[in-house]
Design a protein around this ligand. Structure first.
Ligand code: GDP
Ligand code: IMO
Ligand code: MG
Length: 456
């Protein structure tokens, strides 16, 4: 009997060997649809998720924390979500926060209560939280700030984090001193001891860190009781969802490919896997249950925080994109850095994620430009390089090769179908699609739900 490998030309790779014995069939179950940022974040993932969530049964977050800021505009009302999946807006769907997410409980309830006042009723009944998710404590957020000060003092530059405690919380997780939701809901005496140990550990590293331990524990105990009804074993919940009756399950990526801890512009990245693998590890689901992977990219590029940005425009073009695009961070209120669309990074994101289609957002922001450039390749010492450089010193040095397109100089915000778009805009979109080698399924021409042209 020969071993069988799954591959392009192995038609029967998954068939059981012909031994005559009955073998259990591997029931693959439902597939999840994943939405991921293909640049440095803020591509409009929230809006794409909202669009798909109108039909979804379950919407999940699998990584990141409240460093994310996802905007959804419905009936003229603007909601911003940080920890809650954007699908929480749909009263018919369940939202799930998976084990890969790091949760700051005061932040979660503040966000829920704020949106409740805007009309998002009953969110607590529609939210499920994995018992394996790690907690972000207030002191993790303080330490995030202290680490930024330290970086500034030591290296003359920081990362420009959101100061939401993401790096320190994932560090606690990796160093196996972190505390999880299941610990908080278990024996509180034991939880308190481990919490105190963790505080002490950080205080020995940062002597200026002061923590009112008793006050923190009192608050955490209150949050624990409010949270308890929402907590489930996330793996089992997902298993049942995947293997029960047909269900539409959506995974909302936070942050983005170029901020991924492994594949992003390290060290100017976040601390989780924001690429497709994060959907499996952050929810406890097998790769074979991953269905469509939609990449979201803006029709230009933005970045919040520090780090290399080859197509950045530190000129009137960059300012125009910033003001017309209202490019201000949802979480921190910082101005986003702006530049031309960089297809080298989107192609790199596609190499990792295997996008099945792309959502191209904010095309309308380019409506007034005379000409539009697109970065298509990087050169080093005059020679094109085929890969995306790992080393930031190298990335700082690349020369970008651009394609230039004539601007369409027409308002596209009222376009609702492909034929409503000016031919020059259609050419711009077709070029992007061909260059990445992935079909563009949606084109965004405005903030609200209906401003999304669906191509197929
Ligand atoms: P996310 O983090 O990827 O969910 O994106 P953010 O919400 O942080 O940032 C995207 C911003 O662009 C939000 O203010 C959205 O309302 C807005 N937006 C999304 N799609 C479009 C679009 O097609 N056109 C315009 N003008 N704005 C858009
Ligand atoms: P969404 O989901 C844009 C950036 C921060 C900083 C770096 C590390 O809205 O696309 P962190 O606080 O995560 O340790 O910060 O990552 N960053 C984001 N930038 N959008 C995001 O999320 C981001 N999440 C993190 O600005 O440079
Ligand atoms: Mg955002």
């Amino acid at each position: 009997m020969s071993l069988s490998w799954s591959g392009k030309d192995q038609k029967n790779a998954n068939q059981p060997a012909a031994t005559g014995q009955k073998r259990p069939r591997n029931d693959a179950g439902n597939k999840v649809t994943v939405v991921l940022g293909a640049q440095w974040g803020d591509e409009g993932k929230g809006k794409v998720v909202d669009l798909l969530a109108t039909e979804a049964d379950i919407v999940c977050r699998c990584q990141g924390g409240n460093n994310a800021g996802h905007t959804v505009v419905v009936d003229g009302k603007e909601y911003d979500f940080h920890l809650l999946p954007s699908g929480i807006i749909n009263p018919k769907s369940i939202s799930l926060i998976g084990n890969g997410v790091v949760i700051h409980l005061p932040g979660l309830f503040e966000e829920g209560d704020k949106n409740d006042k805007k009309g998002l009723k009953g969110w607590e009944k529609r939210l499920i939280v994995s018992d394996r998710a790690h907690l972000v404590f207030d002191f993790h957020q303080v330490v995030d700030g202290l680490q930024e000060t330290e970086r500034q003092a030591q290296e003359g530059k920081n990362i420009g984090t959101t100061k939401k405690g993401i790096g320190p919380a994932y560090s606690s997780k990796a160093s196996r001193t972190g505390l999880r939701i299941c610990d908080l809901l278990g024996d509180f005496k034991d939880f308190s001891t481990r919490f105190k140990n963790l505080v002490q550990q950080y205080q020995s590293m940062y002597p200026s860190l002061t923590v009112d331990v008793e006050d923190q524990l009192k608050k955490l105990k209150e949050f624990a009781e409010r949270l308890r009804p929402m907590v489930r074993d996330g793996v089992y919940y997902m298993y049942e969802a995947l293997h029960g009756p047909p269900k539409k399950i959506l995974v909302e990526g936070a942050n983005a490919a170029l901020l991924d801890i492994d594949f992003g512009t390290y060290p100017f990245v976040t601390s989780s896997n924001c690429t497709v693998g994060g959907a499996c590890t952050g929810l406890g689901i097998p790769p074979m249950n991953i269905g469509d992977v939609f990449g979201v990219a803006k029709a230009y590029t933005t970045r919040v925080g520090i780090g290399a940005f080859p197509t950045e425009q530190l000129n009137a073009i960059g300012e125009l994109l910033q003001t017309r695009g209202h490019e201000v961070g949802v979480t921190t209120g910082r101005k986003r850095r702006c530049g031309w669309l960089d297809l080298v990074i989107v192609r790199y994101a596609h190499m990792i994620n295997g996008f099945t289609a792309i959502a191209l957002t904010k095309l309308d922001i380019l409506d007034v430009l005379d000409e539009i450039k697109v970065g298509v390749a990087y050169k080093l010492n005059g020679k094109r390089i085929p890969h995306f450089p790992a080393n930031m010193d190298v990335l700082q040095k690349v020369e970008v090769e651009y394609e230039t397109f004539p601007g369409w100089k027409t308002d596209t915000s009222a376009a609702r179908k492909w034929n409503d778009l000016p031919v020059k805009a259609q050419n711009y979109i077709r070029f992007i699609e061909n260059h990445i080698g992935v079909p563009i399924k949606w084109v965004g021409v405005g903030k609200s739900r209906e401003c999304m042209i669906q191509m197929f």
